[in-house]
Every structure is written in C-alpha cells, then in structure tokens.
Design a binder for this molecule. Structure first.
Ligand code: NAD
Ligand code: AHE
Ligand code: ZN
Length: 375
C-alpha cells in the first residue's frame, strides 16, 4: 500500500450535530514529514462531541473527528526518521517538534510547528487534506482524525510506544488520562498534604484525582451535580463529595467553609464558565491555584473580581496536562505497563466503528467514562 491511496472506512461528520456517517474514504499517501497510521482503536472524548456540536470556533465540516487513539505506522513520507512502518504509535494532537520557540522555551508543552494547519483542518506541506470522498476533500481534526481506519499525521504529532502495550487500552493515553494527571503534576505541581477540589468527575476529573492521590494530597474533594458519580470516584482517590444541588450557598462558599478558608488547588473539569469562577473563588487567599481544564464553547468568557487575584489566588490553564507529547507519552505507556497508573478502569464501554453514533450517545450518559471503538 506504500505510496498508494488507501480506501477505508471512516466516520464522517458532514455537518454539526448531524449523525456521523460511516463512509468509504480515500486516504492519500503521506507527503514529506508525514506518517500514515492504521488506527486500531479509538476512544471518544468530550472535545469530539464539543466540535461536533458546532460550538467550536475551529470546527470545520465535513471532517473526520477523533483524537484519542492508538495504531500502527503503515507508511512514512520523505524525511521521516523517528518512526517506520510497523511501529506502534499514539497520535498526538499536541505536537512536539523540539525546534520551535515554544518547544525550546522549556516553559510550555504547546508546539508552534503545525498548529496553524491543524487548526484549519489541513496538512502543513500543501495546506490540503489527505482525506477525500470521490475527490471531495474532507477536513482533518486536531491533526489526528482517528475516527478513520487510516489517518495521516505530521511526524511531530506521533509518539512511538512499547509494542507490547495493549493498543485497546493505551489509546486513552492520547488525551483524557494524561490531561488529568498532568494538570496535577505539571501545571499545578500539587505538593504532599495539599487540599484539592475537583469540579466534574468524568474521565478528566477522575484522572486529576488519581494524580492528586499520587501526589499525596491530604484531602481530595469531588464536586459533581450527579451524585451517581461519587461511588466510582472513591476508587480514583476522591475522599469527600459535595453536590452543589444539596446546598443553598454558592458552591465556593460551601468549599471555603469546609476547608478553613479555601483549597490549595482546584481543577475545573467540565467546561462551564460559571463553575470556573467558583473554582477560582474557592481557593485559599494568598496561594490557592485554580487550573482550567474544561473547554468552554465559543463566545463564553470567564470573569471574577480582580481582587481575587490581587489577594493571591492564581488562575491557570492546561492543554494535554502540560505533557510534552512525543517525549512523554511513551513514558506514560511504560508507567501503565508497570501498573503505576490506571487506564483500564476508565474504559466503561467497548463498541465498533459502525456503532459510532451510539458511542456519542453514551458519552452523554452518566455511566460512561471512555468508550473504546475497535476499528
Ligand atoms: P465529562 O462530561 O465526562 O465530565 C464532566 C462532569 O462534570 C460530569 O460528571 C458532570 O456530571 C459534571 N458536571 C456538569 N456540570 C456540572 C456543574 N455545574 N457542577 C459540577 N459538576 C458538573 O467530561 P470529560 O471527558 O471528563 O471532560 C471534561 C472537560 O475537559 C471537557 O470540557 C473536555 O472538552 C475537556 N478536556 C480538556 C482537555 C485539555 O487538554 N484541556 C483535554 C481533554 C478534555
Ligand atoms: N478549538 C477549541 C479549543 C479546544 C481546546 O482547547 N483544546 C485543547 C485540547 S482538548 C482535548 O480534548 C487544547 O489542547 N488546546 C490547545 C490548542 O492548541 O488547541 C476552541 O475553543 O477554539
Ligand atoms: Zn480529548
């Protein structure tokens, strides 16, 4: 197949909010600096649902969504040296080129090399898509488009992993689990003994809990409007629960009262701007730090009284948990293989590619964390 167009199946989002359609798509060979990957397993993340809903200002249609996956390199374009056909890989929506201003700064995991192209659904080389249906181009998504049996990614957007790792599990290390762990370890740098509050107990919030437990936080308070989330969250390290619906006071006040003045660290894992405000305002005066992880819709803005920051609270955000993707995803896979981090526990459902729409429906059901699709 090397050098040839591959025809395979993919879930195509033709329009916002319209059911995805399983189509035969043509996947062009990788050009210079590109890698064509056979996707074996992909999970769904709420960010896929967010873009599909039409609320993402970067959303373009028709497109092939998906960014939490694992597969095997099928072929590589000219000049690609770090992976070769047969390598097991995880596509990375946060690239890492190791050469740009961002990568060299030592201050961020964001990379500038291909972001402009991935934001508009095309590849860097020719600003065109490698996907088409009977000649009509279909946009890429987040530089990954893993809802396809074959995809083309930039070489800076693919992490080579241990071939012994089970791809049906480690696909989750493409987004949700690293995001939560890294928010604690890299972005907040939670110290032992800290009091942590987590808003939203989905996959991201639970991974934050797991990270906070590993960091020896003394109290891990989980906040969710769905009390059914609480039982499972105990297994991930949450020690106390608060349902805002059980209280008349604003949730920030409830937390301040519970913690003698506020928490050391809070994490917003929902994507709701009023919860983001509460998450900042429940932080302790003088040092409390709040990390925004949730992705909010186009047009949404955050606000608080500047006095909250003047008096020492800190507002931060994180993308992919601050992990450098190509360098650190293989290390996370190794940690999973050594049973140092959970992955299996986040997989609540398994389906196949033709059941894609059912998988999206599941995402909105309380019981679902990650649904993994066998491609
Ligand atoms: P999820 O829907 O599984 O979890 C959200 C949880 O929040 C649910 O349990 C829900 O009951 C709860 N919730 C909703 N409204 C609430 C409220 N007002 N107060 C308290 N709890 C409330 O989602 P997820 O997959 O865990 O993702 C969470 C967010 O993180 C999404 O916005 C997603 O797009 C974003 N995300 C960001 C990154 C990043 O790199 N920054 C990476 C992955 C996901
Ligand atoms: N296109 C959206 C932004 C979405 C967003 O913030 N994405 C996160 C990853 S979410 C993964 O589930 C991210 O990494 N952002 C940094 C980046 O470079 O995109 C919008 O609202 O415009
Ligand atoms: Zn995601």
């Amino acid at each position: 197949t090397q050098g040839q167009v591959i025809t395979c199946r993919a879930a195509v989002a033709w329009e916002a909010n319209k059911p995805l359609v399983i189509e035969e798509v043509q996947v062009a060979p990788p050009q210079a600096g590109e890698v064509r990957v056979k996707i074996l397993f992909t999970a769904l993340c709420h960010t896929d649902a967010y873009t599909w809903s039409g609320k993402d200002p970067e959303g373009l249609f028709p497109c092939i969504l998906g960014h939490e996956a694992a597969g095997i390199v099928e072929s590589v374009g000219e000049g690609v040296t770090e992976v070769q056909p047969g390598d097991h890989v995880i596509p990375c929506y946060q690239a890492e080129c190791r050469e740009c201003k961002f990568c060299k700064s030592g201050k961020t995991n964001l990379c500038g090399k291909v972001r402009a192209a991935t934001g508009v659904g095309v590849m860097m080389n020719d600003r065109k898509s490698r996907f088409s249906i009977n000649g009509k181009p279909i946009y890429h998504f987040m530089g990954t488009s893993t809802f396809s049996q074959y995809t083309v990614v930039h070489d800076v957007s693919v992490a080579k992993i241990d071939p012994k790792a089970p791809l049906e599990k480690v696909c989750l290390l493409g987004c949700g689990v690293p995001t939560g762990l890294g928010a604690v370890w890299n972005t907040a740098k939670v110290e032992a003994g800290s009091i942590v509050a987590i808003f939203g107990l989905g996959t991201i919030g639970l991974a934050v809990a797991e990270g906070a437990k590993a960091a020896s936080a003394s109290r891990i308070i989980g906040i969710d409007i769905d009390s059914n989330k609480f039982d499972r969250a105990k297994d991930f390290g949450v020690t106390e629960f608060v349902n805002p619906k059980d209280h008349d006071k604003p949730i920030q006040q409830v937390l301040i009262d519970l913690t003698d003045g506020g928490v050391d660290y809070s994490f917003e894992c929902i994507g709701n701007v009023s919860v983001m405000r509460a998450a900042l305002e429940c932080c302790h005066k003088g040092w409390g730090t709040s990390v925004i992880v949730g992705v909010a819709a186009s047009g949404q803005e955050i606000s608080t009284r500047p006095f909250q920051l003047v008096t020492g609270r800190v507002w931060k955000g994180t993308a992919f948990g601050g992990f450098k993707s190509r360098s650190q995803v293989p290390m996370l896979v190794d940690k999973y293989m050594k049973k140092e981090i959970k992955v299996d526990e986040y997989i609540t459902h398994n389906l196949t590619l033709p059941e894609m729409n059912k998988a999206f429906d599941l995402l909105h059901e309380g019981s679902c964390l990650r649904c993994v699709l066998d491609m």
